[in-house]
Design a protein around this ligand. Structure first.
Ligand code: FMN
Length: 210
């Protein structure tokens, strides 16, 4: 890994960052020295997912080792903590308790792409935003769909959003048919109409209006 990082840094005219886990398994977690070595070959920031490779996604992320890297006097580059952050409270804890310079959020954003807004508000104002209404969820998803299309074009931008659509409407009663239809749509207009239909057809508590 260090050799690859060094070669990439040498070949690159832009800053190179890295992301890795703690190590291979519970008996082999060399992240503290690996972080030093990555910094030594010119890596400009390091993200650490607090699990080992053997863990895959089981167990919980070990943030104490992430903190150990951050507190290592030799480390100068920003350390970005990652693993299991799924709420504004946990995000704040990552900064306060483990001292990281930044955080990354992965799985919790799938089906809740507005989590970043909630986390940011809490970090800036120390106050939790109220839960989103169905209409707000729909409006955010529409905005993300437009951005996704700016990024990936058509139909890629719409298809990219399907993972979000699939998980964003948990708990709506009799939603199955609408969900299946939504996940098959390709045209932007159809998607926007379908999202509007959802906002109009269900209540915030998940019950059907008609
Ligand atoms: C569907 C999916 C795709 C991922 N793709 C990548 C990837 O391309 N590169 C990477 O470094 N990590 C990838 N990850 C790992 C995440 O970036 C992150 O390290 C991991 O999910 C732990 O963070 P979380 O608990 O916030 O999800 C992926 C995770 C998921 C669930």
């Amino acid at each position: 890994m260090v050799a690859i990082a060094e070669a990439v840094v040498k070949a690159s005219s832009v800053p190179v960052t890295a992301k890795t886990r703690l190590g291979w398994d519970a008996n082999d977690m060399p992240i503290v020295s690996v972080a030093e070595r990555l910094q030594d070959v010119g890596i400009q920031a390091l993200t650490i997912h607090g699990r080992t490779r053997a863990q895959m996604y089981t167990g919980t992320a070990d943030w104490t080792l992430i903190a150990e890297v951050k507190n290592n006097q030799r480390m100068k580059i920003p350390i970005i903590g990652n693993g299991d952050i799924d709420s504004p409270i946990k995000a704040k804890e990552a900064f306060d308790r483990y001292g990281v310079d930044a955080i990354m959020i992965g799985r919790a954003s799938i089906g809740n792409p507005s989590i970043f807004k909630f986390v940011k508000h809490y970090l800036l104002h120390n106050e939790l935003l109220p839960e989103m209404t169905l209409l707000e969820i729909v409006e955010d998803l529409k905005e993300f769909t437009h951005k996704s299309i700016e990024w990936k074009g058509l139909p890629g931008g719409v298809i990219h959003m399907r993972r979000q659509f699939a998980k964003s409407f948990k708990g709506l009663e009799h939603f199955r048919e609408t969900r299946i239809k939504l996940l098959r749509l390709i045209e932007l207009d159809q998607v926007l109409n379908s999202l509007d239909y959802i906002a109009a057809h269900w209540n915030d508590n998940g019950s059907e209006k008609i």
